[in-house]
Design a protein around this ligand. Structure first.
Ligand SMILES: [Zn+2]
Ligand SMILES: [Zn+2]
Length: 759
């Protein structure tokens, strides 16, 4: 019996080779009909024998192309129309509808094989791609995703490429960035004086890097600054020029074998390195490796990635063990994307420029991830992941959430989708702020979202807050920072109930005007009740104390020893000029420029400085990271502390500082002190959760905030909570740091009540 089925497929089904796949699948099932891209997804009609139809429908899901993400398939059975053959019909457009847009995807195995096949017409062609791989998000100007809506619009396909593009059985059928050496983009090597004549610009670039030069390389989402990662002098010069003294550089190696020469790689880490998104993966260094120590100083880990664009593969088809591949920018400004812009902004940083002439429509930094507890944890969700939505269990209004200040992302929502932006970065300079505003407009246009509310952080000085407050005729919802952290973690874990929320991070504006950061709350998506926190101490000099960490050591010691503070005998007071110390003490005493804080990050800073690990930092969380790196993992001791019961629980860590001073005076190794301190923090977190469980009969604990990027701490906290029969939830797909904040803001503002506390 003949029958007809109409299918509607939603998800990431455009620009991923879905129609040719359907074409082939219909053919192999002897079905007639058609397939069509519409603005919201893909429509299919097939008719034939009922058995073949059923098998076809099943295989649409099972055998879908690797990049397709199917959200739903609706099927309707109809009477046969007697179609003649199977055709791909022309796209239907509808201006107000939206489709999901694929992120940029690393080179596929088929293209890789062609890239290094001397007989192939794209042999060593650095822009080879197909429907299963290549740039997407970074070249799209508008939807539908057709060539004229991408930055490939200016390249006219040659007859061979055009034929592939039009052949439904070809891997390059409607591959919008399809190109070859005859018709597509090309690379050119330049220095500041102009083009360098050579046969093979990529080979020449490699030669120059072998000689120790620094080359700015245009990639998929922006420029990288590259040099030989084993050349200590070159890496140091790059640090000097980039004005980046300690913050680790990411590196790229050709294959796993090379990476294993300098890092330990577990099976899970290998999987993460090889996945199509190709994030930078944090891997543990091997002792005595050949990578320059200046790549990631004072750190036991290196951020490593495998090549993801064909250009990278050709570059790394060389004897170099690894290339430094750090974002092409000065300090924390947005990554450079244009050729002219590169010459202007990177002229003091790079000796040479490896340009190409395919424009980058949207800049997009590399993503960063690690493996923790056997699964992937995102630290920066950007290239390869954005603008893929995070899908929620509930429907959302159209909302724009502005995010925080550091590691900013914003979030736009529609239906059950949360489109969390790629990494915007630190919103502390005008370039970043402009990039932020442009990106918001770009997302609004691509996803056809007109927000009815804007959610923002309560911190009055954040540029993201300023942006929100400047928008008119729209509902504004202020969201407390740590509530947003906790709810972001709840949302991705599908929690919609009251939980114990633990937020540990550096800085977040509190509802009482203090700087919060070690917060225990009973929270749900609609509100929170602050139930406990670290005892307030002064933040002498405000933001200065995040840079000069010894200020926090003085602040904590003052809170313990008061006026007698300088009577204690510790190396810190010999390292730092006494006038400075006295000045800080007087700031605290008089309460001048010394706001109050319960920040967890500042507690780590204080300990890091007190024991002589780091007195001042050059990048965010450096003191805490270096403190974690030296922990002696065999130590199980803790310091004593007090939890004071009142309206809220107050955690008093005065005894911790007395204990550390005692240990310092008895020459206990720093690694032991660090471990005891970490254990203490884990211990008071668990004690607090136990108190809140008894009071509220809740045993689900949600852990969020930047401090939980600390692997030692999150491992200890999770282990101890599990031992006490709590159920713990942590971030995986979106970062625990401020990069995940925007999602929490969006979900909170989706609930009716405008901020902030219930009780
Ligand atoms: Zn491919
Ligand atoms: Zn061509």
């Amino acid at each position: 019996m003949k029958s007809r089925a109409r299918l509607f497929v939603k998800g990431i089904v455009q620009g991923v080779g879905f129609r040719p796949f359907i074409y082939g699948l219909a053919g192999s099932h002897s079905l007639n009909g058609w397939v069509l891209n519409s603005t919201e997804g893909v429509s299919i009609e097939v008719e034939g024998e009922k058995e073949s139809l059923d098998s076809f429908i099943e295989q649409v899901r099972v055998k879908a192309p690797p990049l397709a993400v199917i959200d739903s398939i609706d099927v309707e059975y109809l009477s046969p129309q007697n179609y003649d053959g199977f055709v791909i019909r022309h796209s239907k457009g509808d201006k107000d509808k939206y489709v999901k847009i694929s992120p940029d995807i690393s080179l596929c195995d088929d293209c890789l094989a062609e890239l290094f096949d001397p007989a192939d017409r794209r042999y060593r062609y650095p822009f080879i791609n197909c429907t299963n791989c290549g740039p997407r998000f970074t070249i799209i100007k508008d939807i539908p995703y057709d060539r004229e809506n991408t930055t490939m619009q200016s390249f006219r396909m040659c007859p061979l490429c055009q034929a592939e593009y039009e052949d439904p059985t070809n891997r390059r059928f409607h591959a919008q960035p399809n190109a070859c050496p005859v018709c597509g983009p090309s690379v050119v090597l330049e220095d500041l004086n102009g083009k360098i004549e050579c046969d093979d610009p990529i080979n020449k670039a490699i030669e120059l890097m072998v000689e120790g030069k620094i080359v700015a390389i245009k990639g998929i989402g922006g420029f990288h600054l590259a040099c030989d990662a084993s050349n200590d002098t070159a890496v140091k010069i790059l640090r000097e020029r980039k004005r980046r003294t300690f913050k680790p550089f990411a590196i790229m190696s050709n294959n796993l074998e090379r990476i294993k020469e300098y890092c330990i790689v577990s099976d899970e880490e290998n999987k993460l390195l090889q996945c199509i998104q190709r994030p930078i993966v944090l891997l543990k260094k091997l002792c005595g490796n050949l990578i320059s120590e200046s790549v990631a100083p004072n750190n036991n880990y290196i951020g490593v990635m495998l090549p993801y664009s064909p250009l990278h593969y050709v570059l790394l088809d060389s004897p170099l063990l690894a290339l430094v591949m750090t974002s092409g920018n000065i300090s924390e400004e947005p990554i450079v994307v244009g050729n002219d812009e590169a010459k202007r902004r990177l002229s003091d940083l790079a000796d040479y420029f490896l340009f190409h002439n395919r424009d980058i429509q949207m800049r997009c930094d590399d993503s960063v991830a690690k493996v923790w507890n056997g699964h992937q944890v995102m630290l920066r969700r950007s290239r390869g992941y954005a603008p893929h939505s995070v899908d929620l269990d509930f429907s959302m209004k159209e909302i724009l959430a502005c995010g925080g200040e550091l590691k900013n992302t914003f979030c736009l929502t529609k239906d059950n989708h949360a489109f969390i932006s790629h990494h915007i970065g630190d919103l502390q300079n005008i370039e970043a702020y402009k990039y932020y505003q442009d990106s918001i407009e770009y997302y609004k246009k691509l996803f056809r979202i007109k927000p009815e509310a804007i959610a923002y952080d309560l911190h009055p000085d954040y540029l993201s807050t300023r942006y929100a407050l400047e928008q008119s005729d729209i509902k504004l919802v202020g969201v407390q920072h740590h509530h947003a952290h906790v709810v972001s973690c709840m949302a991705v874990n599908g929690l919609n109930e009251k939980v114990i929320g633990v937020a540990c991070d550096g800085t977040g504006y509190g509802t009482d005007g203090a700087i919060w950061g070690c917060e225990f709350m009973i929270a749900d998506q609609a509100g929170f009740q602050r139930r406990g926190h670290l005892k307030y101490v002064a933040l002498p000099g405000g933001d200065m104390s995040t840079k000069e960490t010894y200020r926090m050591a003085v602040s904590y010691l003052y809170s313990v020893y008061g006026n007698k503070l300088f009577d204690i005998n510790i190396p810190l007071f010999k390292r730092i000029n006494h006038k400075k110390l006295a000045f800080i003490k007087s700031m605290i005493e008089k309460g001048v420029n010394a706001p109050l804080t319960s920040s967890c990050g500042r507690l780590f800073d204080a300990v890091s400085s007190l024991i002589g690990v780091r007195d001042d930092v050059t990048y965010e969380a450096q003191a805490a990271i270096e403190l974690e790196m030296i922990t002696d993992s065999g130590v199980t001791d803790v310091y004593s502390y007090n939890i004071i019961t009142g309206d809220e629980y107050i955690i008093d860590v005065g005894e911790v500082f007395r204990g550390i001073v005692f240990d310092l005076n008895h020459e206990v190794p720093k690694g032991v002190i660090s471990a005891k301190f970490h254990n203490t923090v884990a211990d008071f977190i668990v004690s607090m959760c136990e108190k809140l469980r008894i009071e509220n009969d809740i045993k689900k604990v949600v852990l969020s905030g930047g401090t939980f990027q600390n692997t030692y701490l999150i491992t200890e906290v999770t282990r101890r909570l599990t031992e006490k029969e709590f159920i713990t939830y942590f971030h995986k797909r979106i970062p625990t740091n401020d990069g995940g904040l925007s999602l929490g803001q969006a979900v909170i503002s989706n609930r009716t009540k405008i901020i902030s506390c219930f009780s």
